[in-house]
Design a protein around this ligand. Structure first.
Ligand SMILES: NC(=O)c1ccc[n+]([C@@H]2O[C@H](COP(=O)([O-])OP(=O)(O)OC[C@H]3O[C@@H](n4cnc5c(N)ncnc54)[C@H](OP(=O)(O)O)[C@@H]3O)[C@@H](O)[C@H]2O)c1
Length: 407
């Protein structure tokens, strides 16, 4: 029996990691036991949430023959255990019987993905990300020190390098550098806490650092993601502004709109954007192939130039009049003011810094053995990602937006 525990299973990366684990073990699911460490939301229990995720997204990932559906239902019923876990709470797992399950079971792989990916630079956000990402991880580790963890797999971020640019090694860690926001710092502190835990308790820990995660580019539906945050927010702004002008979602793609908007970015600026399905395959392969290293970047092999990304997106959205400038203009229009205060304030530091080149040399053998090739972020694939996000309205309540516009 392989026992796998995972926090953040309801998130974008976490759910896809589970889809991949199931896909790779379809012929022997009875030998996998999965502990989902998560929480109920306002409407649904943790169990209901997870079952809904499997139903709405898992089956499309596996593309199974209906005769194989029973394997999944049987797995969900018998092999999945739910452990209510709150990172902000003083004790992350309060239910004594759930805690006992975790304590009594030797866990082969404990994946810790739960975190608050909020990039805002405000004192309130700082307080929240430090609580969830850093202190939450610390509290979880204190609890796990009393358990039987064979391997702890921590999902950090490639952006623990903060404002550092150029070539970045997967082991690079500099707590005294400048950060773009408290989120980056909280993830660095969490990684240091994992290091301390590993040394103190002699537990094998691996550190995975993803780039910016986008939707699927290997498994259908291509472009799929259930949420559109982080870098998607830049393009969600463009979507929303076009909607304000159209005053309707009808014929969104067919109707051209000029936004007259100047965005501040360095024409050379590039970002590392990695499709979620490729990312989880690399993560899974590292765990099963077990290479000697402990630190890995989970990134695209090639950065994407922001102008290229923007051009492809504007074409999909049928928007013109968006221009690159070097600094915030003195005569900003109301829409530009809104962009710079809401979106630019978060992303301008990233869009105006020298590129970060995340080193993946220690992954090359794993990629080769696993026959893994990262799908290119070509203009065509960018359009697939952004068409999907636009069709899903970037997860926004457009009725609410349109009601406000029409007032
Ligand atoms: N997305 C990116 O671009 C990106 C880039 C680099 C690194 N990463 C890292 O990759 C990991 C996964 O990211 P993601 O994009 O998949 O995140 P996500 O979609 O926002 O999901 C976050 C997960 O963490 C859980 N969580 C958050 N706060 C919690 C708390 N206080 N207690 C318990 N659970 C909590 C959420 O549970 P609920 O569903 O209940 O809220 C959810 O399952 C994170 O560690 C993130 O820092 C992400």
């Amino acid at each position: 029996m392989t026992n796998i525990a995972i926090t953040g299973a309801t998130g974008l990366v976490g759910r896809h990691l589970i889809f991949e684990i199931i896909q790779q073990n379809l012929h022997q699911l009875e030998n996998i036991r999965l502990f989902i460490l998560g929480r109920n939301n306002e409407k649904h229990s943790l169990e209901q949430r997870f079952t809904d995720i499997i139903a709405s997204e898992g089956f499309s990932y596996w593309n199974l023959d209906p005769t194989e559906y029973d394997k999944i239902f049987c797995f969900l019923e018998n092999q999945v255990k739910y452990i209510h876990t709150h990172l902000e709470a003083h004790i992350p797992i309060v239910d004594p019987s759930e805690l006992a399950q975790i304590k009594e079971t030797p866990i082969d792989y404990f994946f810790h993905l739960a975190a608050l990916p909020d990039l805002r630079n405000t004192p309130a956000t700082e307080q929240r990300v430090m609580q969830a990402n850093f202190l939450g991880t610390k509290r979880l580790l204190e609890l796990l020190a009393k358990c039987q963890i064979k391997e702890f797999d921590y999902i950090g971020t490639a952006f623990v390098c903060g404002k550092t640019s150029g070539k970045i090694l997967p082991t690079y860690l500099n707590p005294t550098q400048d950060f773009n926001n408290p989120y980056e710092k909280s993830k660095l502190l969490a990684e240091l806490a994992v290091k301390e835990f590993s040394q103190k308790h002699n537990i094998r820990c691996r550190y995975f650092r993803p780039g910016i995660v986008c939707g699927r580019l290997l498994h259908k539906p291509l472009g799929h993601a259930h949420k559109f945050d982080v870098f998607y927010e830049i393009f969600a702004f463009l979507y929303m502004e076009k909607l304000r002008i159209l005053k309707s979602t009808d014929r969104f793609f067919e109707t051209p709109v000029n936004l007259n908007l100047r965005l501040v970015f360095d024409p050379e600026s590039s970002a590392n954007i990695v499709p979620v399905d490729y990312l989880v395959k690399v993560l899974y392969q590292v765990c099963v192939q077990n290479p000697p290293d402990d630190h890995f970047h989970l990134v695209h092999e090639k950065n994407t130039n922001f102008q290229v990304f923007l051009d492809a997106t504007l074409e999909v959205m049928n928007i013109s009049g968006v221009q690159q400038v070097h600094e915030i203009p003195k005569d900003v229009s109301p829409i530009e003011r809104l962009y710079h205060s809401r979106v630019g304030a978060i992303f301008n530091p990233y869009l105006n810094s020298k590129p970060k080149i995340f080193d993946t040399s220690n992954l090359q053998i794993v990629l080769q053995k696993g026959n893994l090739k990262c799908p290119p972020l070509s203009a065509e694939n960018i359009k697939i990602l952004m068409r999907y996000a636009t069709q899903k309205k970037f997860g926004m309540d457009t009725h609410k937006i349109l009601r406000r516009v029409k007032k």
